[in-house]
Design a protein around this ligand. Structure first.
Ligand code: JFZ
Length: 494
């Protein structure tokens, strides 16, 4: 592992006092047998439990949680204002998601009482490891990402071919990663760094021509005492045990609305990416959407503002089987975690990323691909390396991505297709053995009078097309010029 990602400041924190549940429970009782004389049955049960524990690799973070709530689909909107807001976004297709917060300090791990690092599983580590707010807040005392460079982060996104970024302005932990006048629990006031990365990133995006957006955890906030969650399982019940006393409306007025106003007026984000609506009421979702559009009419809102509102739908970690007629976006991790996770070097291959991107675009969606920078402010080299390779492909093939629409050709065996009017971009993932590529477009799209021509997008070399039945059939070179995805442009003239 790269030494710069090792938790250098661990020793300082050996004073941290985490109230971990030490489960030195009455084992014999638990096993349900009399164990004073270790009988066979008791031994058998211990082995059985051990096997289960090992196979589950049981840690706090891995305990099974109830399924997350399904995303509510957005209501059909024929709203011209929404269409206008979404115009740039629909052309952009590819964006960078950034999860960055106090949980990044030790890569979603936390120093235990013995100085060992406890695995918090994810950016939810405060909840997973049962860290009281006052203790968790101490991470801010040492959060000092001196290697942070907004220009560098934005350049990494831009070189990957991404056209927008969306960064966590406040995750479930409730800590604002920007200068918030309404809550002192923020990066400028609480950290020795005293800088506002949201401001710096917004500026870097404007300079480099990318759109800027912010993520905001709506229905979960572990700093505020008034945030109940569905069934209570995602609430801070350690510091605020009584779920019944919590009133979302108080938190909504005290924290959500002031912070949304700050975000809009200070940074003018083009996207507000809400998460986890949880207990927000339909009236409050509507109030929030209206409030945003009063302040910033062009700000796009995702569906997690709740109750079917918002301009586009979200699909998390999944690519839907077929295109949705409503605008949608798949958000996905580049490795196995949203926040920087110590030791997770399982990066998706550039091939997988490119195929995912093309698959999503062919179905009319956007791809929001996540990176988790370290506590030092560095986007992990594994991620950067991946994005560089995706960027090299995008430089040659971007025309087949930006500004394209969903293709009427569904999931052909050899790859995917994207479309811009009379141009079909055939993305060949699997090179056909006979070097023949047949495009079966729905009959309504073809006509005997249709003439077709084809060329390779990379070098413009033209390729012979024959019409077999109704299907234009292209003769390809004998080997794929790009083994990941060779793009053939098939043009129709009538
Ligand atoms: C949420 C967060 O909890 C997570 O930390 C990350 O920020 C991710 C992008 O969003 O996780 C969710 C939210 C909603 C669903 C699943 C996971 N959902 O509706 O299926």
């Amino acid at each position: 592992m790269n030494p710069q990602f090792l938790p250098m400041t661990l020793k300082k924190h050996s004073t941290f006092n985490i109230q971990r549940s030490t489960s030195k429970g009455p084992w014999c009782l638990f096993l349900g047998v009399e164990c004073s004389a270790l009988n066979v049955e008791c031994f058998r049960r211990i082995l059985f439990l051990l096997a289960i524990a090992l196979s589950l690799n049981l840690r706090a973070a891995d305990l099974p949680l109830p399924a997350p709530p399904e995303d509510t689909p957005i209501k059909v909107t024929n709203d011209p204002a929404a269409a206008k807001r979404l115009a740039w976004w629909s052309d952009a297709r590819f964006g960078m998601f950034i999860h960055w917060g106090l949980y990044s300090q030790w890569g979603c791990h936390y120093p235990g009482t013995n100085g060992d690092l406890l695995n918090g599983g994810s950016e939810h580590m405060m909840l997973h490891l049962k860290i009281p707010l006052a203790e968790y807040a101490k991470i801010a005392d040492i959060f000092n990402p001196t290697n942070f460079s907004a220009d560098e982060w934005v350049a990494i996104a831009k070189n990957a071919g991404m056209k927008y970024i969306v960064i966590t302005s406040k995750h479930h932990d409730g800590f604002a990663m920007y200068d918030s006048a309404s809550s002192d629990y923020n990066i400028v006031k609480r950290t020795p760094w005293h800088r506002d990365p949201i401001k710096e990133l917004a500026e870097a995006c404007r300079k480099q021509g990318l759109k800027f957006g912010v993520y905001y955890s709506l229905g979960r906030d572990w700093e505020d005492p008034d945030v109940p969650t569905r069934d209570g399982y995602r609430s801070n019940t350690l510091d605020y045990p009584d779920e019944n006393k919590k009133q979302f409306s108080k938190y909504f007025a005290r924290k959500v609305k002031p912070q949304i106003r700050e975000l809009l007026t200070q940074y003018h984000p083009a996207v507000l990416w809400f998460d986890t609506p949880e207990k927000i009421s339909a009236a409050e979702s509507q109030e929030l959407a209206d409030y945003i559009h009063q302040l910033e009419p062009d700000c796009i809102i995702n569906s997690r503002v709740g109750h079917g509102l918002g301009d586009y739908g979200v699909s998390e970690q999944k690519i839907p089987g077929s295109g949705d007629s409503k605008p949608w976006e798949t958000c996905m991790t580049l490795n196995g975690h949203w926040g920087y996770f110590l030791g997770d070097e399982k990066w998706k291959s550039p091939e997988t990323v490119i195929h995912n991107l093309v698959d999503i675009i062919s179905k009319g969606g956007n791809y929001l691909l996540n990176v988790g920078p370290t506590g030092q402010g560095i986007i992990p080299p594994g991620a950067v390396n991946d994005l560089k390779q995706v960027g090299a492909w995008m430089k040659v093939n971007g025309e087949s991505i930006y500004g394209t629409t969903a293709s009427p050709v569904k999931e052909p065996a050899w790859g995917r297709t994207t479309r811009k009017g009379d141009k079909f971009y055939l993305h060949v993932f699997k090179w056909p053995k006979d070097n023949k590529l047949m495009l079966t477009v729905p009959p309504v799209e073809t006509g005997r009078e249709t003439a077709w021509s084809a060329h390779l997008l990379a070098d413009g070399k033209s390729l012979p097309v024959q019409v077999v039945g109704d299907a234009p059939t292209i003769t390809l070179p004998s080997a794929p010029p790009d083994p990941i995805d060779t793009v053939v442009v098939l043009t129709r003239s009538r």
